[in-house]
Write a protein of this length. Sequence first.
Length: 414
Amino acid sequence: MATSTSLATDAPAGDAFYTPPIPLPDGVPGDPIHARPLDNPAAAVPGGENWLVLHRSEGADGSPVATSGIIALPDRAAHPVPPDGYPLVSWAHGTVGVANRCAPSRDRGDTGASPMNAYPLTLLGHFLDQGWAVAMTDYEALGTGTPQRLHPYLCGRSEAMGVLDIVTAARRLFPGEVGERFAIVGYSQGGQAALFAAHHAPGRVEGLTGVAAIAPANHLLGLVRGGATLDQVNSGFAFTPLLLAGALAGALGGDPTIDPEQVLSPRAFQELWPHVRDRSRAGLSRPDSWGGIKGTEQFRPGYPATPNPDQQKFDRQLEAMNPDLPLTVPVRITQAADDERVRADPAPLLGTDALVEELTATNSERGNIHYRRYEPGTVPADEPLGIHFATIGHDTPELTEWLAALLTAAGPPG
């Protein structure tokens, strides 16, 4: 078994770490390929021992891929390794973009995604303070992407493989230190990813005790269609190219036969679509990018009322991104009612309130869906990132209590 000690001496230095060997070493999902102590302070979880890892996983099309991320262990002096190993939280991060430099483990504090990558580190450090290990996937092709292979944004199965396989990698790198009991926690894009990961966990990774989704992305089809009718500019149109990148991902997670030139208007395709490869989500929101185009100017004429064949394929992929799924473990959904990024009840569109209703019906036999809805004015806005991010910090005490009951419960993990 490859351990952190045996791999560290052979790990490539610098950003060469993120270039997978060709061909990939033989193995199975979760097998470590490279590991080394993290040398990027901007990405480190405070208060622990941070490792950068590249491991085998499975891509949106089912093929073997290499995925990067961070594994952090608690301070062993303050938290000696328990007899059954540290329980682990697998963290699913929010939207940063699909450009490699925006990947959480690769972001050195100099990208438009840096504030978004930095904010959750306080929560993750808090998890280390509880004596829990933390695994942080970058997701497929984020950090390790190529011009031909973009991160499959919001493709649920692809995200799930990253969230789950880094758990296996952590156990193999730190045998005896990382235990069998783990939970999944995600935020925004990662909230949606967390729900998909919990759905795909049975039969892939043992020991899942629960899943928590903070402001999970949901009902993307309605949002895109609604945005396409707005005769005004909006910074939120930055999500259009990200969603299209996700829709293109591959046979299982997306549809590579979609032609972006047939989905987007000539202006959007020629001038703005190329930005997705090198700009963060914040950069895509700028007036010189997708933040400067009207909603009605994003797509070829006819959309959304009479979509052409490629736009119909795009719509089908967007619909499949909604995380209404059968889930076998306890589920906690958190949402601030006045969050402007992910909305609780954005009538006449569907939001998190509707997602919770869907999940409750889908999992009615289990009765395992818990909804923590913070009413307007409850979550103080944390400027400049606003209520969407501030919900993470505000919810930390209740979330920690909920996780502790699962991660430290007596008996074998569920």
